[in-house]
Design a protein around this ligand. Structure first.
Ligand SMILES: [Zn+2]
Length: 383
């Protein structure tokens, strides 16, 4: 049954029971009836000892559809804490405001310039289309949505500030673009800490290298604090982790081969008469758009180099037409997307920018690695 933090009394007064002492609520309950602001159904004040004081609908109502979520204790608690936090900064924050034009009820709604802001605190897994639909709804009404994810379990976080983390399709829905890179903002109502999961660098499938910073609620500001720019030293940490995973990936591919599973990657290495562990680093680099491929960059980038090699082209001779025909020629994804073509183009462009001289074979090309690292750092900081 849908639970809410606010309701109206018969006198038309909005009550948020969690902001009142329990003795007051006991008294209030005996002399009043309460209705839901939106569906106007009668709701029951629940002021037991365990749960945060709230209202519950007596029967299933259309209200169920208007919240993205409304069941868990964590959700009610987090919503209330965020509401009380915002009350300190803005008199125009509304809890569980109903937006009739959208038939949506964001957890918090803040009147602000130039656009109002809808804040959604998400504790449970909802479908990716449901999130997209709600976001699209807000945008059509010129409302800026801010999605805050319930902080994942600590065991899901990297051990160090910079490390690997799984970002599922669900978690990726919470990525938002800031001037200093992409972030997922999370909040935990138990610890009262925000976590900023920022600047994801793709390894393969849902595996990313991220930076995680935490910020106590009482240190948070409004508008929410933004992340600091990643330093060159921090980028080096990302790269070191990336290199370890690249090496691990080469190991996996080698191991699969011994098991009789031939990967296109190894077939190319054999053809090139090259030890898989000695594939030059410019094959398998962390380009910005690499996450459009599920496989590790070393696997699609080697195929691209091999494709150019077969056509007898040097890095300088290749152009965007080859990037596109490559994706149709090699079975990397079922149907090449515009993003994938762009990702290959960006890779080629980077190689062309760092080429010192072509080698006897395309894979023995001489690359300016210090320039490549600087260019990758620039890409990494861009959003
Ligand atoms: Zn209702």
């Amino acid at each position: 049954m849908i639970q809410i933090l606010s309701a109206v009394t018969a006198d038309g007064e909005i009550i948020i029971p969690a902001q009142h002492p329990r003795t007051y609520l006991d008294e209030l309950k005996t002399n009043n009836t309460f209705t839901c602001i939106q569906c106007t159904d009668q709701v029951i004040l629940k002021n037991g000892l365990i749960k945060i004081p709230h209202f519950a609908h007596t029967r299933n109502t259309s209200c169920t559809q208007t919240f993205s979520e409304g069941e868990s204790e964590d959700h009610l608690r987090g919503k209330l804490q965020l509401y009380e936090f915002l009350q300190k900064y803005s008199s125009t924050v509304q809890l569980e405001a109903y937006l009739p034009s959208l038939h949506q009820r964001p957890d918090l709604y803040v009147q602000s310039d130039p656009y109002p802001i809808a804040i959604e605190f998400q504790c449970s897994q909802i479908s990716v289309p449901a999130i997209q639909q709600r976001t699209a709804g807000y945008i059509t009404q010129q409302i800026t949505p801010i999605w805050i994810l319930r902080t994942p379990a600590i065991s899901d976080f990297p051990l160090q500030e910079i490390g690997t983390m799984q970002l599922s399709a669900f978690r990726q829905q919470f990525l938002c673009t800031t001037p200093l890179g992409k972030i997922i903002l999370t909040y935990c109502p138990q610890s009262k800490y925000f976590h900023y999961i920022s600047n994801p660098m793709h390894i393969k499938s849902n595996s990313y290298i991220v930076k995680v910073k935490r910020l106590a609620m009482d240190k948070q500001s409004w508008p929410f604090a933004i992340i600091k720019k990643n330093s060159w030293e921090e980028f080096q940490k990302y790269l070191n982790i990336y290199k370890q995973h690249r090496f691990k990936q080469l190991d996996i591919l080698y191991f699969l081969n011994r098991k009789g599973i031939q990967s296109p990657f190894l077939r190319i290495c054999y053809r090139w008469r090259l030890d898989p562990k000695k594939v030059p680093f410019f094959i398998g680099i962390p380009t910005k758009q690499a996450s459009v491929f599920s496989i590790h960059a070393v696997e699609w980038q080697i195929q691209f180099i091999d494709y150019l090699h077969k056509l007898g082209l040097s890095i300088q001779q290749a152009d965007s037409r080859h990037c596109e025909s490559f994706l149709f020629d090699r079975p990397i994804s079922a149907e090449p997307s515009a993003e994938q073509i762009k990702a290959v183009e960006a890779y080629l462009c980077l190689l062309q920018g760092c080429l010192i001289s072509p080698g006897k074979f395309i894979y023995t090309s001489n690359i300016n690695y210090s320039l490549m690292m600087r260019l990758l750092y620039g890409e990494f900081l861009a959003n």
